[in-house]
Design a protein around this ligand. Structure first.
Ligand SMILES: *Cc1c(COP(=O)(O)O)cnc(C)c1O
Length: 453
């Protein structure tokens, strides 16, 4: 009888995170100071991040030890199972072997806790007592709320307004874990006020919420800011996903041909992808590593590689990234965690060097994929994760046409039990696609032309 799921024991939780920068021939370009536009001095970041995080952000060390305290807390839900999607394979009648890493079993329902715990740990270590952050769909906010609660740090979360209204349950989760939740744009910051003055009905974006959270952190004593994606240290923490999956596939006697992650700012994609990409960079393997993003927010497939701000107002360092421009306002799609204008610096360099593949997927196709997955494997996936499922299904269909038993691994970044209103719209036939014209994309990308002298 074939094995359905491969489980590791707690002692198999990785001892170190993998930093892919060490193995990149072309290193990522440096971040620039937003005012001087000169390479950023690490100390410039000390206003918003603790020193240990800044060190990781800039590090080129290949392996970075996971503190014992963090591994201890990872035990709450790690190692996560690797599951053979045999039901999905059967429904697709494909010769492909499809596996998924189930990050949806974490207490908060997504992979985000993998980085929330170490981030709060390093802040606590430095004596910080209060954190601020932003959240889109609410996934990062819930993860950080739980982590802050574990370490006794208070938390203020700026939640994108459209999600605050569409997804009240995540707000209640955050409040249950003792966080303060504020709909963004809000009138508690200058950044929020100026946007509301211009556009009182603004439904918010991650970029705006980041501006608000940073402003609050800078203006409040003993307070730092925490980001759930995009930055190098977040990608680093998420590599526990791929490192575990690597061991699990080995136990299954498999080596992947294709590894897929959905793409918001890049953290879960990096987490599942980098430990496998390492085999390409170091051992000459040719695993295809695919980032699956929404058609309505296609920074990797249709954006431009430029220095851009991480937020809307322009408070963050300038990062070299594939971006749609910091003014880009994505459609109100249900995969709220993928509504971000830019891609992380490391992923952007890898994309530029053609070391990863990218694809964009229409909203309806993702929900069809998510529903098929739910009907065959049981778990109802997060709309974000359904992008990875849709991409895996495309590849499994190709494998069938070619008659090749490819091994496909994708990351199930989260479950969708708090996204039932999205499934309700889908089942009711009310959902639509949002394809962007070139003009729509050029409009916001054009704003980048004069950012750097
Ligand atoms: C936040 C989130 C994403 C997107 O963020 P990345 O940093 O790109 O991983 C994807 N899936 C789920 C379930 C999320 O919560």
């Amino acid at each position: 009888m074939a094995t359905k799921k491969i489980l590791l024991s707690e002692k198999d939780i990785p001892l170190a995170w993998y930093n892919i920068v060490a193995d990149m021939e072309n290193k990522p370009l440096p971040p620039l100071h937003p005012a001087t536009k000169k390479p950023l001095n690490p100390s410039d970041l000390e206003q918003i991040f603790p020193k240990a995080i800044i060190e990781q952000e800039m590090s080129a060390e290949r392996w970075i030890e996971i503190p014992d305290e963090v591994r201890e807390l990872y035990k709450i839900w790690r190692p996560t199972p690797l599951v053979r999607a045999s039901g999905l394979e059967k429904a697709l009648d494909t010769p492909a072997h499809i596996y998924f890493k189930n990050e949806g079993i974490s207490p908060v329902g997504s992979h985000k806790l993998n980085s929330a715990i170490p981030q709060v740990f390093y802040n606590k270590q430095q004596g910080i007592t209060h954190l601020t952050t932003e959240t889109g769909a609410g996934q990062w906010g819930t993860a950080l709320a739980f982590a802050c609660n574990l370490f006794g740090i208070t938390l203020e979360v700026f939640m994108v307004k459209v999600s605050y209204n569409q997804k009240p349950y995540r707000r209640v989760m955050m409040q249950t874990w003792n966080a303060d939740v504020i709909a963004s744009p809000s009138n508690t910051t200058d950044a929020g006020k100026s946007i509301l003055n211009r556009d009182p009905n603004n439904s918010g974006s991650l970029g705006i919420a980041i501006s608000e959270a940073i402003e609050k952190a800078v203006k409040t004593p003993n307070t730092k800011y925490s980001l759930g994606s995009v930055l190098n240290h977040v990608a680093l923490h998420q590599t526990v996903i791929g490192l575990e999956a690597e061991k699990q596939l080995e136990i299954a006697g498999e080596f992947p041909d294709i590894v897929i992650g959905c793409f918001g700012g890049g953290s879960n994609f990096s987490g599942i992808g980098f430990p496998f990409l390492r085999h390409n960079l170091v051992n000459g393997k040719k695993i295809r590593i695919i980032a699956a993003e929404p058609e309505s927010c296609p920074k990797l497939t249709r954006g431009k590689f430029e220095y851009d701000f991480g937020d809307t107002v322009g408070m963050t360092p300038l990062l070299p990234m594939y971006t749609l421009g910091h003014d880009f306002q994505p459609a109100d799609i249900h995969a709220g965690g993928l509504r971000y204008h830019g891609a992380g610096t490391i992923v952007s360099q890898l994309r530029k060097d053609n070391l990863i593949e990218v694809e964009d997927i229409p909203q309806l196709e993702t929900f069809e994929a998510g529903r098929l997955f739910a009907r065959t494997e049981g778990t109802i996936p997060a709309p974000e994760s359904a992008h990875a499922i849709a991409s895996a299904i495309r590849e499994a269909k190709k494998a069938k046409e070619e008659g090749i038993a490819k091994t496909i691994l994708f990351n199930l970044s989260g479950h969708g039990l708090i996204d039932m209103s999205a499934y309700e719209q889908f089942l009711g036939g009310e959902m639509k696609n949002y394809q962007l014209t070139d003009d729509e994309i050029n409009k916001t990308v054009k704003s980048l032309e004069n950012l750097i002298p």
